[in-house]
Design a protein around this ligand. Structure first.
Ligand code: ADP
Ligand code: MG
Length: 377
């Protein structure tokens, strides 16, 4: 993969694909600017090397032009962080001159999500070189992430470079033991990752609603727990292949329903009674997982251990997050909700690498080629 070290940018206008798909609150105020801050190393390096910047990003899923999903808030925030004016281009036919200019939401353009070569040509005609720093969008082949990379001298930005080298490092030469912790809501989204870790990890710890297809496959009662039936077959296969590597919780915290003031109950075991939902791993499981994490050489975590957004069901996720923060291992956290959990517990700066790309990180771990990365190779 080509990096900024391979690209001559002095005096050039560089089209930089960033991931400014930031959460917006009331009044279109940015509620978390982490993705904008994450792009600063690349942008400042390019500016220091004498490049002018033309930034491109998507925001949300607009169908055509939609002022509610304008990148104006991102342009304003970037101007504050960079200490430079950031002009917003009203359209591709009307791009102002300037040292730092931002295009409007690329998804306003017909053809963006279809990887349309004609649209990519229009982007390319606006710049002399292309840098992709949008790791979170690298698993999609779109005009601003894939097609355009073939039309200009192109390279990965520092964020994309770090994401790819860190995640590939886990696959290729991890400090052992490699402990994979997989939780969250949907087993079917993550089955490919589990399969990959069956080959590469030394330990796999399962938590969250992921558990229930496994428990059901083992013949346990799951009550009203979130349990996808399509997850049963994959869970059976992982159980067969996992052997000693695989660990499931041995106790749970249950609730009547998914709410913070619901009746709760500690279960010493994993059979969930009728009318109850398993909503967190129990304290014995959390202690056991923390011990495995303490002895790890590398930890990869994706997916919370329970419904951590609700305080009665946050303890398992908090215990795992704290163990990860305290461990001397190389620690990598991927996934939007997992990253939110780490932030909620105030542990973000104690993780080696907090991935900015949920889907892209999982696809890379699964060993899939990312179109946005391939285009830079
Ligand atoms: P990530 O975004 O980190 O990849 P997911 O999106 O897969 O994680 O899952 C996160 C969601 O799963 C959280 O909103 C959390 O509340 C939910 N969750 C975790 N465990 C359970 C459970 N036992 N029952 C219901 N929801 C759960
Ligand atoms: Mg999620």
């Amino acid at each position: 993969m080509r990096t900024l070290d391979d690209l001559d940018v002095a005096g050039k206008r560089v089209l930089v694909r960033v991931d400014y798909n930031v959460p917006l609150g009331p009044g279109r105020k940015i509620t978390d600017d982490a993705r904008i801050r994450a792009s600063l190393p690349t942008l400042t390096e390019l500016r220091e090397k004498g490049a002018r910047l033309l930034l491109a990003s998507h925001l949300g899923r607009p169908k055509g032009r939609d002022e509610a999903l304008s990148l104006k808030p991102a342009a304003d925030r970037l101007a504050e962080l960079l200490g430079e004016d950031v002009a917003l281009a009203p359209s591709l036919d009307d791009v102002p001159d300037g040292d730092v200019v931002m295009l409007e939401n690329v998804r306003f353009e017909p053809g963006e999500t279809e990887n349309d070569p004609a649209l990519a040509r229009r982007y390319a005609d606006l710049a002399d070189a292309y840098v992709d720093d949008a790791f979170g969008a690298a698993h999609r082949a779109q005009a601003s992430t894939e097609a355009v990379a073939h039309l200009l001298p192109s390279a990965a930005g520092r964020l994309l470079e770090r994401e790819v080298t860190t995640l590939q490092g886990i696959l290729e030469a991890p400090e052992r033991p490699l402990v994979a912790i997989v939780g969250g809501a949907k087993v079917t989204d993550k089955i490919g990752v589990l399969e990959a870790f069956l080959k590469s990890a030394d330990r796999i710890l399962i938590g969250g609603a992921m558990c229930f297809p496994f428990f059901k496959a083992q013949g346990h009662e799951v009550g009203a727990s979130l349990c996808e039936d399509e997850g049963l077959e994959p869970a059976r296969h992982v159980l067969d292949a996992g052997g000693e590597k695989l660990r499931l919780p041995s106790d749970l915290v249950a609730g009547r329903e998914l709410s913070a003031d619901t009746e709760t109950r500690a279960l010493d075991g994993v059979d969930v009674p009728e009318g109850w939902m398993g909503l967190d791993i129990g304290p014995r499981s959390a202690r056991g997982y923390a011990e495995v994490i303490r002895d790890a050489g590398t930890v990869f975590w994706n997916g919370p251990m329970g419904a951590f957004e609700l305080e009665p069901f946050a303890a398992g996720t908090r215990a795992v997050a704290e163990a990860i923060a305290e461990s001397g291992a190389v620690t990598v956290v991927g996934g939007g909700d997992s990253a939110a959990a780490v932030a909620q517990f105030g542990l973000a700066d104690r993780i080696t690498h907090l991935s900015t790309g949920g889907g892209a990180a999982l696809e890379l771990i699964e060993g899939k080629a990312l179109p946005g990365v391939e285009a830079l190779s």
